[in-house]
Design a protein around this ligand. Structure first.
Ligand code: NAP
Length: 242
């Protein structure tokens, strides 16, 4: 059966690496992105057949539109990677605005839940066994003081959601897992306001270097694959020991 994968935030960074790895393994992929049409166009040109949909995962209408678009273009969706995520500006919790707190929770937590809801609802109706991988962060276990406590808390919610949903749907053959990246070389640090963040904090990483997006993609693809057939409710830490 053809594997059809939805990757949120699939146009740049870790999501683009997941899309490349999935495409190379023969998956049909539909990515969602928020704003950057240019990045989505470049990915479509690089990977023929990849479908890109501009859809804000925090919008309750987006998940249905995204899955409809994926199904119409590629066929029934068999896997979902909830990768879209934002940090808000770096800084102390007390200085974060209410709008930042709401946006981070809306994208990271509500967005993940809405897409998972849509996937499980469809798989239950079809009697299908799907796979979900939620992208968390090592921040969930570290708390990220002085940088983005609210972001860390949102990723802790993603991890607990992963655990509970995995148990709830395990008997239907649906597997739900997570990957918690450490410090990975993407634009997210510049977007948070500190382009030099990786160089500044890499000394905290036991392996002594930042990770590459492809190293996260490899873990995600393994969890999606049949090699992980007995793995559900797990959150795999991919942080060089962080
Ligand atoms: P990134 O380089 O900033 O890329 C983010 C991607 O998500 C882009 O494709 C972006 O689309 C999309 N996106 C953002 N908000 C969205 C929304 N509301 N709806 C749909 N798509 C949205 O980020 P990244 O570093 O690859 O991070 C990917 C995931 O890994 C996130 O969940 C992040 O929290 C997690 N993570 C990253 C690191 C790290 O060090 N990089 C570490 C731990 C965890 P546009 O291009 O249109 O903006």
């Amino acid at each position: 059966m053809r594997q059809v994968l939805v990757v949120t935030g699939g146009s740049r960074g870790i999501g683009a690496a997941i899309t490349r790895a999935a495409h190379a393994r023969g998956y049909a992929v539909c990515v969602a992105y928020a704003r950057d049409d240019g990045a989505a166009d470049r990915l479509r040109a690089e990977l023929p057949g990849v479908v890109a949909v501009r859809a804000d995962v925090a919008d309750p209408a987006s998940a249905t539109a995204l899955f409809d678009a994926a199904e119409e273009s590629l066929g029934p969706v068999t896997g979902l990677v909830n990768n879209a995520g934002v940090t808000g500006p770096l800084g102390r919790f007390v200085d974060a605005s209410a709008a930042t707190l709401r946006r981070v929770l809306d994208v990271n937590v509500l967005g993940t839940m809405l897409c998972a809801h849509e996937a499980v609802r469809r798989w239950e109706a079809q009697g299908a066994a799907g796979r979900i991988v939620n992208v968390s962060s090592r921040a969930a276990g570290l708390g990220s003081p002085g940088e983005y406590v609210h972001y860390a808390a949102s990723k802790a919610a993603v991890e607990t959601f992963t655990l509970g949903l995995a148990k709830e749907v395990a008997a239907q053959g649906i597997r739900v897992n997570g990957v918690a990246p450490g410090m990975i070389r993407t634009d997210i640090h510049a977007t948070a306001g500190d382009p030099g963040r990786l160089e500044r904090v890499v000394g905290r990483v036991p392996m002594g270097r930042a990770g590459e997006p492809a190293e996260i993609a490899a873990a995600v693809l393994w969890l999606l694959s049949d090699e992980a057939s007995y793995v559900t409710g797990a959150v795999l830490q991919v942080g060089g020991g962080l």
